[in-house]
Write a protein that binds this ligand. Structure first.
Ligand code: SF4
Ligand code: SF4
Length: 341
């Protein structure tokens, strides 16, 4: 419990500075690189050349800035983070300061998990369907098998979830994804595909998406292996199909690109293009002078790293139960099972 207490106390302390500074990021995402060994149809990032990546000193300088800016949760992604040899060291530094997570395609996970598991609080492994569906969407034969082997090697060391992107190519296979979650005994975090201008446009057809959202709401209510809240799926359905918008609060999440630049106002607007170097700015000042107003009603994407925090309010008991109480219970259960394994 000591690690969990440290995370909770750190979050409370950093949240207290929110009283004085009206807008601060809670969650940070950082792409360690754009390079990837897979070729996912819907992904713009493997198509971008990497220029110079951050040194260890720059990664630490970035983390110190994020900490000062109020961030409690830092998630690493790419590209494929496990292609960098210094990723274990970067995760270790992050874990001293933040609740630390990583999303990986799983290809190198089985080999690497022993080096990284003590630095991770949560791990996401991308799986989009059955072997055939997944390998086709991800553009690489063998990617499903590696991801499953990676999950099996990791799930007793660190809490793991599958990360699944719903596209027109797998929308009919959501049942298979849920069955796989049950079989592997890990929950699934779903995203709805966003059509980037520089990737293949395979976002789901609207008619099918409505049925899929309703099915996911029912399965979540019936205790299916789903990490997203019911409110996440309901917000997308109510906005995109019935015109009731959610309030997007993109300032709760800050993203840093592989060169150390801050991506504003969010991941999707400007298609993840960074501007100021994070070590040159005062996050508190920037966040409270930036004009966030136009984005409150945006509702253009359903990225869970923006939508879930946007929906969370202490006055919404269902969200508090799902995000705080259930997550704490899951953490306690995982710690107990780890001791017994
Ligand atoms: S695994 Fe991730 S980073 Fe790599 S190509 Fe696929 S979506 Fe992009
Ligand atoms: S809904 Fe709009 S403002 Fe909010 S994260 Fe998505 S693109 Fe950005």
């Amino acid at each position: 419990m000591s690690v969990y207490n440290a995370v909770v106390l750190r979050s409370i302390k950093r949240n207290m500075s929110r009283v004085k500074n009206k807008k601060l990021p809670t969650i940070a995402g950082h792409k360690l690189l754009y390079e990837c060994n897979l070729r996912c149809k819907m992904c713009p990032f493997w198509r971008r050349p990497d220029s110079k990546l951050l040194s260890m000193e720059q990664e630490i300088a970035m983390m110190e800035k994020l900490k000062e800016g109020g961030v409690s949760y830092l998630g690493f992604e790419g590209g494929e983070p496990l292609l960098r040899n210094d990723t274990p060291e970067i995760l270790k530094e992050s874990h001293k300061r933040f609740h630390t997570s990583m999303v990986t395609n799983g290809w190198r996970l089985e080999k690497k998990i022993n080096e990284i598991h003590t630095s991770l609080d949560f791990l996401f492994v991308s799986i989009d369907g059955s072997k055939e569906v997944h390998d086709t969407m991800r553009g690489m034969q063998g990617s499903f098998e590696h991801a499953v082997r990676g999950i099996n090697a990791s799930k007793h060391m660190v809490p793991v979830a599958m990360s699944s992107t719903i596209t027109r190519e797998n929308i009919d296979s959501i049942g298979d994804i849920l069955d796989l979650g049950d079989k592997l005994e890990v929950p699934i975090n779903f995203q709805i595909e966003y059509d980037y201008s520089t990737a293949e446009k395979i976002s789901p057809e609207k008619e099918k998406l409505l049925g899929a959202l309703n099915m996911l709401i029912d399965r979540k209510k019936a205790d299916g292996p789903i990490m997203n809240t019911v409110q996440y799926f309901e917000a997308i359905r109510d906005s995109w199909f019935y015109g009731y918008k959610w309030e997007c609060r993109p300032w709760l999440t800050i993203n840093i690109d592989p060169e150390g630049r801050v991506v504003t106002p969010c991941y999707i607007i400007n298609e993840y293009s960074g501007s100021d170097y994070v070590w040159n700015i005062d996050i508190k000042k920037m966040w409270n002078t930036f004009d966030w107003e136009p984005y409150r009603t945006c509702n253009k994407c359903a990225l869970s790293c923006y939508l879930e925090p946007s929906l969370f309010k202490w006055t919404r008991p269902a969200m508090v139960k799902s995000r705080i109480i259930d997550a704490t219970i899951d953490y306690i259960k995982f710690s107990a099972s780890k001791r017994n394994f």
